[in-house]
Write a protein that binds this ligand. Structure first.
Ligand code: ADP
Ligand code: MG
Length: 244
């Protein structure tokens, strides 16, 4: 059953602190992200979105319950194996791009291989740069690119290992709406053309409308799903969840 999901969370609870100071950031969350789909995660501030992302990506460990990526149960892995899994089977796209400024664009895209100590496949780097519409930019440096172009480099770097899941954390948060739209169209296209799986945390109903479905969180618990989301429907749900 797990194999039809790129990502499966089963009864995941994450509690911070203990005793009277304990905060339950995720409370018995069960959800699966089918392969080849684009899911958005939304919820008010403090609802557990970041904790969800960190547990799902093996950056944090659930207090209870389990996470399965493809057919790998994360609970069975040691730190070294988790590091390798994050490098090879998970792609990350952050609001702040997280590119290395002293490296060229091509070297940034090839970074997962370099960190893994294997030769960088130059053809793959070139193909991924073309894939995100930056064919001729490989020799430039991040500082010479616009915000939208930098985010495209980050997406190429996330794609290059052929990960089971790409996690995007507010990927358009630092972009103007026109550039943000290009990045969302790129993510949408990656899912449609290559069967990639994308899980995106966002605060923006327009961004969420690019997903196949939206899962809402409130107080650490799933608070409904919306298939075929429109910005209006998403905004309406968010208002009812108590978001301004
Ligand atoms: P969101 O990303 O939706 O804003 P978070 O996952 O960051 O929500 O946080 C969910 C809850 O867990 C909040 O109440 C937050 O204060 C708490 N929390 C998050 N991280 C920690 C931590 N490291 N220590 C203690 N409490 C935390
Ligand atoms: Mg957060």
């Amino acid at each position: 059953m797990a194999a039809s999901y790129a990502l499966l969370l089963e009864s995941v609870t994450r509690t911070y602190g203990s005793g009277r100071n304990a905060v339950t950031a995720l409370d018995d969350v069960t959800m699966g992200v089918p392969r080849g789909t684009f899911m958005a995660i939304m919820g008010p501030s403090g609802s557990g979105k970041s904790t969800f992302l960190h547990c799902a990506a093996g950056l944090d460990k659930p207090t209870k319950g389990g996470v399965t990526l493809g057919d790998t149960r994360l609970a069975g892995l040691n730190e070294e194996q988790l590091t390798e899994l994050r490098r090879e089977r998970i792609g990350f796209v952050f609001q702040a791009y997280n590119l290395l400024d002293p490296l060229t664009v091509a070297d940034n895209v090839g970074l997962p291989f370099r960190l893994g100590g294997v030769p960088v496949p130059v053809d793959r780097v070139r193909a991924e740069l073309a894939n995100v519409g930056l064919d001729d930019m490989g020799d430039r440096y991040p500082g010479q690119l616009s915000g939208g172009q930098r985010q495209r480099v980050a997406i190429a770097r996330a794609l290059i290992t052929g990960p089971d899941v790409i996690f995007a954390d507010e990927p358009t948060g630092a972009l103007d709406s026109r550039t943000g739209k290009q990045v969302l169209e790129l993510l949408r296209g990656v899912v449609d053309r290559t069967g990639q799986t994308v899980v995106m945390v966002t605060h923006d109903p327009i961004a969420a409308s690019y997903a196949d479905s939206v899962t809402f969180l409130a107080d650490g618990r799933p608070a409904g799903e919306l298939a075929a989301p429109t910005p209006e429907k998403v905004a309406d749900r968010m208002t009812r969840l108590g978001d301004r």
